[in-house]
Design a protein around this ligand. Structure first.
Ligand code: COA
Ligand code: AMP
Length: 632
């Protein structure tokens, strides 16, 4: 099939296109109404369809005779353990856990937080919620208790599912104590906390709300899947925005299931029965879509990897897993490849493994630099596909659609729009710009199935953040351009969101923490280029006139505060004290200019700057503090 023809069909008649795709999944009640408007006037897909994601990911395959197929391969170098879970076993684990949730009073429409490391119980928890119509919200383990508390207050879970602890390379992460601390900080108090005891030697003092995971399972009656409407929220996933408060992206059920099934076949080019590996974390959207729901819906075997690309134990781990489990398609972030490349530049480890089953290597989560792309292509000798998407979309928006027709790769471009996405580049004034010209990346409405339904508890932010800037279009928050052949190049965020080692973080949120330090008068946090992580945060601090603390003390304290409040994943390691910040005459901090100085890029001093002399001061500071590219 030719890409262009397939794509055109999806744009010229989205209803017919997605109706056909929706027939690839088993509905309890097939939708008649394919695309409609909800009571707020927003588009919705398959309104009158009824289904259950847990049924589609498990029971359906068993009914079709594939109960003995492997559903999950759990590989954990950090605990030196491996486990294979068949669809039959997955059914048992999930239906029992769903039964246990029902017994403690959870029902359709309730919310539950899952705060767990990369263990099978995290997947069971998500599917158990989906089974009984409970809306889950998975929180990434690298976030601190304070961040967990913010999410508890926002989505008000009846229960939190957690584990006693996790392992970050060689360090124990005390999940359960973090949950206790978060509950203490939060105003909303969940009724129960279900704890999967890992026996890793961490102390987990008991609380009145504690329920032991295995004991609850032992006494539970397995629960059957409940029918939910296509528009019923499957999950809430918090992501960073331009303010200090994360936003809870709501995903529907029917649109998401249709889109994921479509993407497994046409974007990733995998067939039922193949082994698929997304080396991400269940706490991110990649984990939701391509560790859990996508591969399981498509009856693939999914790899659940509790480790890192390096140091668990070394840079050979990815290749070992590909060989050992005959992975056909793999997905990771460019930063993971850069980490491997740094340790093993000539790919010596790679030569020791048989990677002949690998057909495609997908990369996403951040911009893929040409050197990383080339190294991966040279070493793996398979198509390396950079593709672009976001928590909001839930599945790829730009890709080289491997299951349709592979186009020639242009380094730096995530290739063409995926079926259903009418992607345009807009000027500030809302005009579509000519090819070659950079602008805002937008998608013409209606967005295809699977995209965000709304923001939990904040419908105004949904409209303000995504829909009102360019009426009739979804605003992605990214900048980019199209070339003369229609390839789309994403150049980076145009807001205060940064991408650190494939993790999406808000500089505004970090600024709130930095600004709350008693010695700080004002501050700016910007994302600067980093060879390994793509971007890293840099804090610029102006101290109060009466400050008595030494520079090094402020730096240490600010770094500690951010780690404590947001989590280690924030990766703030550099704080520079400056006398003042460059601003426009109206008082706006010139962050883009600061980034250009740190990255050693060419820049023009904006005519709106209030004091041009400040530039030299900042440049000198950056050089003396070895900031970003100024150190070279
Ligand atoms: N739980 C607790 N802490 C975590 C964590 C988790 N799940 N994930 C990361 N952290 C901690 C790290 O230990 C590190 O702590 P440190 O500052 O004490 O060293 C900190 O958060 C920053 O982590 P990270 O940015 O991941 O840097 P790193 O140096 O530990 O690892 C890479 C670098 C490139 C190996 C790692 O980032 C990686 O594997 N990236 C792939 C990213 C990815 O898959 N993203 C998903 C989107 S597709
Ligand atoms: P997240 O919501 O965490 O998946 O992060 C989404 C953001 O990551 C996007 O808005 C982009 O800024 C960035 N991103 C993801 N994939 C790519 C890619 N292939 N190329 C460039 N940027 C990307």
């Amino acid at each position: 099939m030719k890409y262009q023809e397939f794509y055109n069909k999806s744009i010229s008649n989205p209803e017919a296109f997605w109706k056909e795709q929706s027939e690839q999944i088993s509905w309890y009640s097939k939708p008649e109404n394919i695309l409609s408007k909800n009571d707020k006037g927003h588009n919705q897909w398959f309104e009158d369809g009824k289904l259950n994601l847990s049924y589609l990911c498990i029971d359906k395959h068993i009914e079709d005779g594939y109960g003995r197929q492997n559903a999950i391969i759990y590989d954990s170098p950090v605990t030196n353990s491996k486990e294979i879970i068949t669809y039959n076993r997955l059914h048992k684990e999930v239906s029992k856990l769903a039964g246990a949730l029902k017994e403690i009073g959870l029902k359709k429409g309730d919310t539950a937080i899952v705060y767990m490391p990369m263990i099978p119980q995290a997947v069971y928890a998500m599917l158990a919620c989906a089974r009984i119509g409970v809306i889950h919200s998975v929180v990434f383990g690298g976030f601190a208790p304070n961040e967990l508390a913010i999410r508890i207050d926002d989505c008000k879970p009846k229960v939190i599912l957690t584990a006693s602890s996790g392992i970050e390379i060689d360090r124990i992460i005390p999940y359960k104590p973090y949950v206790d601390e978060a509950i203490k900080l939060a105003e909303h108090k969940p009724n129960s906390v279900i704890i999967y005891q890992r026996h890793l030697g961490a102390d987990t003092p008991g609380k009145p709300y504690d329920i032991d995971y295995l004991s609850a399972l032992n006494t539970a009656t397995p629960a059957e899947p409940v029918e939910v409407e296509s528009t019923h929220p499957l999950y809430i996933l918090y992501t960073s925005g331009t303010t200090g408060k994360p936003k809870g992206i709501i995903r529907d059920s029917g649109g998401y299931a249709t889109a994921l099934k479509f993407s497994m076949n046409y974007v990733y080019g995998v067939h039922s029965g193949d082994v698929f590996w997304a080396a991400s974390d269940v706490g991110w959207v990649v984990g939701h879509s391509y560790i859990v729901y996508g591969p399981l819906l498509n009856r693939n075997t999914t790899v659940l990897f509790e480790g890192k690309p390096i140091r668990t134990p070394d840079a050979s781990t990815f290749w070992r897993i590909i060989e050992e489990y005959k992975v056909k398609v793999m997905f990771t972030a460019p930063t993971a490849i850069r980490a491997i490349k740094k340790e093993d530049p000539n790919g010596e480890f790679l030569k020791q493994y048989d990677l002949s089953n690998l057909k495609y290597q997908f990369l996403a989560g951040e911009r893929c630099d040409a050197a990383t792309l080339k190294w991966t292509e040279d070493k793996l000798k398979v198509p390396v596909i950079d593709h672009w998407w976001q928590t909001e979309s839930g599945w790829p928006m730009l890709a080289n659609m491997a299951g349709v027709e592979l186009a020639t790769v242009k380094p730096g471009s995530a290739t063409f729009p995926v079926c259903g996405y009418d992607i345009q580049i807009m000027s500030e004034e809302g005009e579509i710009v000519p090819n070659g010209k950079e602008g805002y990346v937008v998608v013409k409405l209606p967005l295809p199935p699977g995209n965000l339904k709304n923001i939990w508890g904040n419908p105004e932010r949904f409209v303000a953040g995504y829909l009102s800037r360019f009426p009739g279009y979804y605003f992605s928050g990214d900048g980019g351009y199209k070339d003369e052949d229609g390839y789309v190049f994403i150049t980076g965020r145009v807001d205060d969101v940064i991408n650190v080692a494939g993790h999406r973080l808000s500089t505004a949120e970090m600024e709130e923490v930095v600004a709350s330090h008693p010695s700080v008068a004002e501050c700016a946090v910007i994302g600067i280029n980093d060879d390994l992580k793509g971007q890293i945060p840099l804090a610029l601090v102006v101290t109060k006139t009466d400050n008595k603390l030494a520079e090094s003390v402020i730096q240490t304290e600010v770094i500690k505060d951010v780690r404590k409040s947001i989590g280690p994943v924030a990766s703030l390691k550099q704080v520079v004290l400056v006398d003042r910040l460059p601003k426009t005459r109206s008082g706006k901090i010139l962050r883009k200019l600061l980034r250009s100085i740190a990255d050693n890029d060419q820049y023009k001093i904006p005519s709106t700057i209030d004091d041009p002399l400040i530039i030299k001061e900042i440049e000198n500071k950056f050089i003396s503090h070895k900031v970003g590219n100024t150190k070279k």
